[in-house]
Write a protein that binds this ligand. Structure first.
Ligand SMILES: Cc1cc2nc3c(=O)[nH]c(=O)nc-3n(C[C@H](O)[C@H](O)[C@H](O)COP(=O)(O)OP(=O)(O)OC[C@H]3O[C@@H](n4cnc5c(N)ncnc54)[C@H](O)[C@@H]3O)c2cc1C
Ligand SMILES: Cc1cnn(-c2ccc(OCc3ccccc3)c(C(=O)O)c2)c1-c1ccc(Cl)c(F)c1
Length: 449
């Protein structure tokens, strides 16, 4: 192990961004004994309703659960709040549905969790640690990595304050201010890609009996080629419905008539569930939000600053992994703090060197899903491939783990998930070729006889 002499030193660490990843990271660092100051631009979300333009609930899977387990919150999230989704329920255009279990063998599932609830319990847990201080309404406006100084504007009084830290953790989301400062560093690579789809959230309320209007333990998906809609269940028996559609299609739906024709055409079964009046209200009261993929590298500057979560790798949401990947950042970072005994230089350098491949891989997988989901659902080969995958997984569970299962139900590094899939594609191609050849020879021989 190489140290630079400041190993095991208790650090003053500023975490910028009190969202899901920043508030989790504050817990990890505090549990290692560091003095943590958590700065959040918005008000304490425990006192305010959900900010617009943020998904109301999210799919929590094994990578995120592992991080919550590390900080002692998995049980509360899973058993007291999360709603298990054991299968995907696909809604066809004719309103018929079919379910495809995620993992019939081991009955694994993903959980629908409320964003606000999760963020609140992370912040609440930090109040149990006397080495975490929380500063809300503090917007980072300037940072200097040389002397570790940060300038914040207090949003309530508009005054600015300057603070110093040994280490700055940028968990300030896709449009990170900490990353903007990093952009000035030589050899800092950055890319962003907006996709043509936006998303709008609708709501399926609880039924008249107060219960769910659809079977609750499913991730409901309406795949319609260029349009996709999903619904995740909430604790109050309502559903958060997310409609993904190109901005130009949102723009074209500029009247109630057009909206109703569109939903009658593509999502007929959802109309009575949402309610015509509520559908019209919610559709026209909000505007679709954009979706962006951010890639950058390195994630650190010397022993002074590090990016995690969406600030480091915002991904399009077509794999339900953004938060899970950000939580996994915190788990991997903690392992490195452990390995190098809090020697920050070694920790940050190895975090970049080991994490960027996995971050790029999940970003590419999510983008691939976005592209594939638009047309593969209409292709029978999609279901055939899933059927073949599920059969081989049942037959050879330790050898053949389908891509979605390896990403969602295992902690296999994302980059390894991609390599695993590439190997499977090669094997299937050889098998198809072999049987194709056999078929050809058989037909040819019969023709000769
Ligand atoms: C439609 C949609 C659906 C999604 N579904 C899923 C899902 O099912 N599962 C999943 O795992 N992920 C999902 N995600 C991704 C997930 O929401 C993000 O990956 C996750 O929120 C990232 O957390 P974060 O803390 O890194 O960033 P954010 O949640 O963006 O938090 C950043 C925080 O930093 C604060 N901040 C920003 N700038 C400053 C500043 N200058 N000073 C101080 N504070 C600042 C912000 O106020 C915010 O609180 C989805 C995303 C979208 C858009
Ligand atoms: C939030 C969340 C958590 N997981 N997933 C997810 C992603 C991909 C999937 O498979 C590829 C596929 C699904 C549907 C049609 C073709 C291919 C599956 C699945 O197989 O169930 C599940 C999502 C999600 C997020 C956005 C959209 Cl639009 C969406 F449909 C699902």
């Amino acid at each position: 192990l190489k140290y630079n002499g400041n190993a095991n030193k208790k650090l003053n660490i500023a975490v910028v961004g009190g969202g899901l990843v920043g508030s989790l990271e504050a817990l990890y660092l505090a549990k290692r004994g560091h003095q943590v100051k958590l700065y959040e631009y918005r008000e304490d979300i425990r006192n305010t309703p959900l900010a617009r333009g943020r998904s109301i609930n999210l799919a929590l899977s094994i990578r995120g659960r592992r991080a919550l387990k590390d900080v002692g919150l998995e049980d509360q999230m899973i058993n007291q709040h999360g709603i298990p989704m054991r299968a995907r329920m696909i809604h066809r255009p004719d309103s018929s549905t079919y379910a495809m279990p995620y993992d019939a063998r081991t009955n694994q599932c993903i959980y629908s969790v409320g964003r606000n609830y999760l963020n609140s319990i992370l912040l609440k847990e930090s109040e149990n640690l006397d080495n975490v201080e929380r500063y809300f309404n503090h917007k980072l406006i300037k940072s200097n990595f040389k002397d570790g100084s940060l300038t914040f504007m207090k949003m309530d009084t508009k005054e600015t304050i300057q603070v110093n830290a040994d280490l700055i953790i940028g968990a300030d989301g896709a449009f990170s201010t900490v990353r903007k400062e990093m952009m000035k560093q030589p050899l800092f690579n950055f890319s962003q890609q907006y996709i043509e789809h936006g998303y709008l959230e609708l709501c399926i309320p609880a039924g008249k009996d107060g219960g769910f209007q659809m079977p609750p333990n499913y991730l409901h998906i309406w795949p319609r080629g260029n349009f996709m809609m999903i619904a995740l269940p909430n604790q109050d028996c309502s559903w958060t419905v997310t409609l993904f559609m190109p901005f130009k299609n949102f723009k074209n739906i500029d009247s109630e008539r057009k909206l109703m024709d569109f939903f009658t055409n593509y999502f007929q079964d959802a109309i009575p569930l949402i309610g015509e009046k509520k559908l019209i209200e919610d559709f026209f009261s909000g505007s679709p939000s954009a979706l962006v993929a951010i890639k950058c590298r390195p994630y650190h500057v010397c022993d002074k600053a590090l990016l995690i979560g969406d600030a480091a790798h915002a991904v399009v949401p077509f794999y339900g992994q953004g938060m899970n990947a950000g939580f996994e950042d915190c788990t991997e970072l903690d392992k490195l703090f452990q390995k190098y005994n809090d020697d920050v230089t070694s920790v940050l350098e190895e975090f970049t060197n080991t994490r960027w491949r996995d971050a790029f891989a999940i970003s590419d997988l999510a983008m691939y899903n976005y592209i594939e989901m638009r047309d593969l659902v209409t292709r029978p080969s999609y279901r055939l491939r899933k059927t073949v995958d599920d059969f081989l997984y049942w037959l050879l569970p330790d050898l053949w783990v389908p891509l979605y299962n390896s990403v969602t139900f295992s902690t296999m590094p994302y980059d390894q998930c991609v390599k695993n899939r590439q190997w499977q594609n090669k094997v299937l191609a050889i098998v198809v070729l072999f049987f194709g050849l056999m078929l050809f020879v058989t037909i040819y021989k019969n023709m000769l006889l």
